[in-house]
Design a protein around this ligand. Structure first.
Ligand code: ADP
Length: 216
């Protein structure tokens, strides 16, 4: 059973890579961001609460996120369902809670893969990113999207995420540096961290990830 954690800054390509590798491992991608955006769409209590944080590029409270993710991963564990975490853990307390929970179940992450991308490239990617309303795939249109352009994967409507605006992007980068970078050290000290160079075409990055996964 695969229990993979993907780490990387906003725009590093975690979600895209998770989508590519999940099939080969019969794994389910758990994207905390997609999950919250779905709650916003449904206008649930959680969604209304989440939107206030997300629009500013702030993180949701740890206790809330830990509660949600614990339930999902425990359920997968019971069913022997492989999973890929994308967007969780994002803070040290979240990582500690996840490790604690896994320990109780006598398991540990298969691997923690960090997708490394320089910051100027991240800014460029996020500001030209368009997301599919239907399947959450993302596409890049640096000069803005033409009216008739739809998702190349499912023909769904494309939109620009509220938090992919310039000021919010800068704040998300700051939040990443402050909260998420310490996780790199945390997993490194546990001997779980593997780095993957995240520049270049998506296919070659997928190949690098497969190489790591084949060796575990
Ligand atoms: P990205 O990685 O592109 O920043 P995500 O889609 O993963 O975007 O997350 C979008 C937003 O959802 C975050 O900026 C944050 O507000 C919220 N969020 C997602 N995952 C978490 C988490 N694990 N802890 C706290 N907030 C989260």
């Amino acid at each position: 059973m695969l229990r993979l954690i993907l780490l990387g800054a906003p725009g590093s390509g975690k979600g895209t890579q998770a989508d590519r590798i999940k099939e080969s491992y019969q794994a389910i991608k758990i994207s905390s961001g997609d999950l919250l955006r779905e709650e916003i769409r449904k206008k649930s209590d959680l969604g209304l609460q989440a939107k206030q944080f997300m629009d500013k590029g702030e993180l949701l409270p740890d206790a809330l996120m830990i509660g949600i993710l614990e339930k999902i991963t425990q359920d997968f564990e019971k069913r022997g369902q492989s999973y890929i975490l994308d967007g969780f853990p994002r803070t040290l307390p979240q990582a500690e809670a996840l490790m604690e929970m896994m320990k109780k179940q006598g398991v540990s992450p298969s691997s923690v893969i960090l997708i490394d991308v320089p910051e100027d490239e991240l800014l460029r990617r996020l500001s030209s990113r368009w997301t599919c309303k239907n399947c959450s795939a993302t596409w890049s249109y640096p000069e803005g999207k033409a009216d008739n352009v739809v998702c190349k994967q499912c023909a769904g409507e494309l939109y620009q995420r509220d938090d992919d605006k310039k000021e919010t992007i800068l704040n998300r980068m700051e939040v990443y540096r402050k909260n998420t970078e310490p996780l790199i050290r945390f997993f490194e000290e546990k001997g779980l961290l593997k780095r993957v160079q995240g520049l270049g075409d998506p296919d070659s990055i997928t190949v690098r990830i497969y190489e790591i996964l084949e060796n575990i």
